[in-house]
Design a protein around this ligand. Structure first.
Ligand SMILES: [Zn+2]
Length: 456
């Protein structure tokens, strides 16, 4: 299937036609005069004057067969790269609203882990499908996801049409027999060369230094090197984590991970709040990517603001994540962009911190680059993971500074069309099959609540 986007505005202020073929941006050219060139704010109603090359289902097919060309009239639309959610626990959508006003330790031990023990593979499948719907609606096309059942997550990921990096989790709670069982299941999983299509890949997840034993962390580090896999961990999320690590081992969490061979350029460390200058130097030396989760950090009162400047000045890549729905509780990454920027300015009392371009870059280009999907910038030859944002939405008007409106005002609600790897996942706010996902995920969440009530 080919796609021709006609008359979209770019962040550079140009009107362009974008031709997408076989998942790639084949051509970007100045918009043809008179076609798709309505003034900003008119809204993007498919124009009858634009001859649609798709004969069936005119004017707005969600999908087309092989060899067909879908023409999208993007008058009144802004074309931008899609967003990357670099740290989530997607199936926690089923737990949304069940663990409010608790700090991390109580949140995990009293509310989250006992509920998660009730989830089966189908719950995780439908919870992940619901998360994907929410992410697509708000412009995310790639998610790095750590949860309890990588097989169920990967099935859901494949059915969603989004890109997912599924982190196989080792959470042994310092129980060696349990750790040994999880490590051998993990090895068997990768030995079977899991294949869930071109858009779903896998890496290795360690929950944290307090929920994953040293034996498992060491094993993960060497298994990752042996199989050329990435790693994903929660790092230095709370002051308690840092204090107990120093008390027990005489090392900060980052230095401890370095001492057991866990740091490297394929590591994604989420949160990274309780770090000192030496920790930042260490993480920079190993090329670790950090994932900032501003909403989750604030909601769980996890600590000080993430020190974006300490990372930026050392060339450490900062990505953006929502974290799970029990600690955010939204998967709309646009709102995390806004809150991340506001938090830096407020905490450091410096309005110059984390400018619009920096936070937009963290959520788009940097994310795609870190996961190597070929998208993230709109130029010919790059992967076609794009959004069309409706410039008639009140938050996007007027159009003085489009990037600022995206970050601070327009938000995920203005996303009209989502294209991932050259496939249309959403058009005019509609996703194929979303109703079934909504109904089944809601039903499963209700069953879960009833089970919880009967044992709590
Ligand atoms: Zn998390």
């Amino acid at each position: 299937m080919s796609i021709v986007i006609r008359g979209a505005l770019t962040l550079e202020g140009e009107r362009v036609d974008i031709v997408i073929e076989e998942g790639t941006i084949a051509e970007i050219r100045p918009a043809e005069a008179g076609k798709g060139s309505a003034p900003v704010g008119r809204g993007a109603v498919a124009s009858e004057e634009v001859p649609s090359l798709t004969s069936a289902e005119h004017p707005r097919p969600l999908s087309a067969g092989r060899g067909e060309v879908v023409v999208i009239d993007a008058a009144g639309m802004l074309a931008i790269p899609s967003l990357v959610n670099a740290h989530a626990h997607s199936a926690m959508t089923l737990l949304r609203g069940t663990a409010e006003d608790l700090e991390l330790d109580d949140w995990l031990r009293m509310a989250v882990w006992p509920r998660e023990a009730l989830l089966d593979a189908e719950d995780i499948y439908w919870g992940t499908r619901l998360a994907a719907i929410e992410m697509i609606k708000s412009g995310t096309t790639l998610c790095q996801d750590m949860y309890l059942d990588p097989g169920a997550q990967a099935r859901a990921a494949q059915d969603s049409g989004m890109r997912f990096v599924v982190s196989y989790p080792i959470v042994d709670a310092m129980d060696e027999p349990r750790g040994a069982r999880q490590r051998s299941s993990c090895e068997a999983f990768f030995d079977a060369s899991p294949d869930f299509g071109a858009l779903v890949s896998f890496n290795l997840g360690a929950h944290s230094i307090y929920a994953t034993s040293e034996a498992s962390l060491r094993w993960l580090g060497s298994f990752a090197r042996e199989r050329s896999l990435g790693l994903h961990i929660h790092l230095a999320e709370t002051e308690a984590e840092r204090r107990s690590c120093i008390a027990e081992r005489g090392l900060s969490p980052a230095a401890y991970l370095d001492s057991i061979g866990f740091l490297g350029p394929k590591l994604f460390a989420a949160h990274a709040l309780w770090l000192d200058e030496g920790d930042f130097d260490l993480l920079a030396r190993h090329g670790v990517s950090l994932v900032h989760n501003p909403v989750s950090n604030m909601k769980l009162a996890s600590g000080p603001a993430y020190d974006f400047e300490a990372a930026r000045s050392r060339g450490i890549r900062t990505l953006l994540g929502t974290d799970g729905c029990a600690s955010n509780n939204s998967l709309d990454l646009f709102s995390d962009m806004k809150i991340a920027a506001l938090l830096q300015k407020q905490h450091y009392r410096d309005a110059r911190r984390m400018g619009v371009a920096e936070i937009f870059d963290a959520a788009t280009r940097a994310g795609h680059e870190a996961f190597g999907d070929g998208a993230g910038i709109m130029v010919e030859g790059r992967a076609a993971d794009l959004l069309l944002v409706d410039l008639s939405k009140p938050g996007m008007l007027p159009t003085h500074d489009l990037q600022s409106s995206l970050v601070y005002a327009g938000g995920g609600a203005a996303v009209d069309t989502v294209i991932c790897a050259g496939r249309i996942l959403m058009r005019s706010g509609r996703i194929e099959g979303e109703e079934e996902v909504r109904i089944e995920a809601t039903r499963r969440a209700q069953v879960l609540a009833e089970r919880w009530k009967s044992i709590a």
